[in-house]
Design a binder for this molecule. Sequence first.
Ligand code: NAG
Ligand code: NAG
Ligand code: NAG
Length: 375
Amino acid sequence: MKFWLLLSLFLLHEALQNVMGQHPPKNKRPKEPAENKIKPAIKRFKPKITKMKEREPTDSASKTPSIMTQVLDKGRFQKPAAMMSLAAGQSLELRCKGNKIGWGYPSVLDTFKDSRLSIKQNEKYSQLTLMNTTAADTGEFSCWSKSCDGPECQKDESKTGSTYIFFTDKGELFVPSSSYFEIVYLSPDKPTVVPCRVTVPSAKVTLHREFPAEEIKTDGTNIVYDVKRGFVYQQPTADHKGIVYCRAEARGAPKISIKYHLLYVEVPSGPPSATIAASSSRVKGGENISVVCTVLGEPDVEVKFNWTYPGQEYQRPVTIQNTWRLVDRGVGHTTRLSKSVIGVEDFETIDAGYYICVAQNLRGQTTVTALVAHF
Ligand SMILES: *[C@@H]1O[C@H](CO)[C@@H](O)[C@H](O)[C@H]1NC(C)=O
Ligand SMILES: *[C@@H]1O[C@H](CO)[C@@H](O)[C@H](O)[C@H]1NC(C)=O
Ligand SMILES: *[C@@H]1O[C@H](CO)[C@@H](O)[C@H](O)[C@H]1NC(C)=O
């Protein structure tokens, strides 16, 4: 959790520097503050990028009876609907039957171990209580029974429950975000979400481009609005890049969301595309060498490196340094440059041979090899 927060902060910082160049983010104040910027007085959330990852709703909920109940007030219970609206400010109490229950809830509640949230396992049910709810708590709440064999627990897919709750607040038609500006990456092979979610399910939401100022038509196939996620681009292309925002209308005056900067990511996802280079391919004894393994890839895809080298079986000491940074490759094109450098000091005969770098991401791995000879 902490790592991801730090990574997100770092990414945001890097991306803003790359994207905004001449405008340092501090000086940037939009002419009209977007409605879903969290007011400065509420300092509960740290900036983050598109990490509004709600846990997936459980499909099995529709087939088997839900184990979830909502406690309305003393002695009154109801089965929560798949989606429901509650007024922000109230407290929420959900219960799920079972003696070992796991819970899913909007990730904002995790950010600082929010003291408004409490979960208590009783003998026959688990109880989730959320006090002083706000529009930012809007999202999926789910629970599941765990069947455990010793310390190992598994989710029992036949005993689950979930509900998506809109916490409506007159002042917040959009689910508040932590910043005025978010970066969203468009990749050619997976859907991209502009996460402008609303707190009123019946709101009419439209998507707009900033320059040229125009509404982006959602044709219901490639770009669709999903009330639980935002605008989903099913097949993003480079033409979709640019700055967009959402506009929502319920009763009353229309509101606009924060701005989303859509960056197109050039490199299609797949196993990493790696290259390798040795500082020298023929080395004298006593010299220092380094071999660099480099991967260019998508900004949000982490790459892991693993080296195999000649001195390994002799437990030869080496240094390995892994780093990455974002490289701006022109308007709206950003690449992540990941590097692993293996260093060998005081070269000996046992160090001669093949230096093999395995670069791995979630899509697969790539192996590249450099030969370093002794002379
Ligand atoms: C809820 O709000 C009330 C009134 O503002 C406050 O006194 C109380 O401490 C809050 N409770 C939590 C758990 O934040
Ligand atoms: C190799 O690196 C070590 C440590 O950085 C340094 O002290 C030494 O002088 C280097 N040797 C050569 C031949 O450059
Ligand atoms: C690196 O690769 C070797 C050989 O395939 C494997 O045994 C080792 O577990 C890997 N290490 C890491 C950290 O993935």
